[in-house]
Design a binder for this molecule. Structure first.
Ligand code: UT7
Length: 318
């Protein structure tokens, strides 16, 4: 049997940091409110001429180096993003060109908002398990700052920009045990950017009913972790690290409590990065690996919920 294993990870965060105190000078908010409601202390914001593909490229190059591979070894590229450089070609095709790959394997984007990385990883896992690909680059990258209404205090304090990348390769043992993907489009109104190509509107900004999203997220994440472990035949006690989507520290804490997992076993980056949508899980994963907390052989549970609503999880032995 073939499984997908994590060969390497990488990340990119833009140079510019915006602190809560700086935001409090332009909108009616405070460092105290943002920290106590979300855990966020600061966020990184892309430069005016810096795009999602620019960030994805840096994260991808780091992941390729960490995997000791060459770009030509990759036969699948999936970019999870809700802020693509262009309507088309996909950011994945633009990235493939930046990496100098000619006549390569499949390259495409996945749009599942904050669950995008889990969706992309699940798709790559199915390519690898079936033999359709052997080495996949998966990138979660979002330039949320470009679709924020910087006068809306209920959203502009929450999000940040960045990119995280993971290379998955075919292996004889897990690797990924299981992925779970879900969606329910009936919740579309609760978190959206209400403009698009075939239905454009003047309001192309993130709009969110925060407390409804919060309640849904807490409930569904609690259910999802149980479902994932049950399908894979593991107990909560087997999990070494929870690597959750980084939207709100209170949602993360509630999920850890549900699992009975001490907060010391949870990778939390929301304080430094804010909510970076599709980039949040691979950034957190890379953080835990590079600072030495996550070690080879440990069992990792990744989970996310986002606009759609979409939600999903991935259980992997690193
Ligand atoms: O990544 C996809 C998933 N996204 C999420 O998971 C986000 C989920 N939602 C949340 O994290 C939280 O709901 C928020 C952090 C967005 C808000 O926290 P909350 O405890 O649910 O607050 P709330 O929306 O119920 O608002 C409470 C009060 C309101 O004032 P009134 O109506 O009680 O007078 C808001 O106007 O806080 C006010 N408020 C603010 N005050 C200061 C909202 N934003 C701010 C702000 N600064 N930035």
């Amino acid at each position: 049997m073939t499984f997908s294993a994590i060969l390497g990870t990488g990340r990119y965060l833009p140079q510019r940091v915006i602190t809560n105190a700086e935001l409090a000078r332009t909108v009616d908010t405070s460092d105290e409110w943002i920290r106590s409601r979300t855990g966020i202390r600061q966020r990184y914001v892309a430069a005016e001429n810096e795009s999602t593909c620019d960030m994805a490229e840096q994260a991808a190059l780091q992941a390729i180096t960490a995997s000791a591979l060459a770009p030509a070894d990759l036969d699948l590229i999936i970019v999870a993003t809700s802020t693509p450089d262009l309507i088309y070609p996909s950011t994945a095709c633009l990235l493939q060109k930046r990496l100098g790959i000619r006549n390569g394997g499949a390259a495409f984007d996945v749009q599942a908002v904050c669950s995008g990385f889990i969706y992309a990883a699940s798709i790559a896992d199915q390519f690898i398990r079936s033999g359709a690909a052997r080495r996949a680059l998966i990138v979660g990258a979002d330039a949320n700052s470009k679709i924020l209404d910087w006068t809306d205090r209920s959203t502009c304090v929450l999000f940040g920009d960045g990119a995280g990348a993971v290379i998955l390769g075919a292996a004889e043992s897990p690797g990924i045990y299981v992925t779970r993907l879900h969606a329910d489009g009936h919740y579309a109104d609760l978190l959206q950017v209400p403009s698009g190509v075939s239905r454009p509107s003047a309001d192309a900004h993130i709009r969110m009913h925060g407390s409804e999203v919060f309640k849904f997220a807490v409930n569904i994440m609690g259910e999802l972790v149980g479902e994932t472990l049950g399908v894979a035949g593991f107990d909560a006690a087997d999990v070494d690290w929870l690597i959750p989507h980084q939207a709100n520290e209170r949602i993360i804490t509630a999920t850890a409590r549900k699992l009975g997992l001490a907060l010391e076993r949870v990778i939390i980056t929301v304080g430094e990065h804010g909510n970076t949508s599709a980039a949040s899980i691979p950034l957190a994963l890379d953080t835990g690996i590079r600072d030495g907390r996550i070690k080879r052989g440990e069992l990792l549970l990744l989970e996310a919920v986002g606009g759609g609503f979409t939600w999903g999880s991935l259980l992997v032995r690193y």
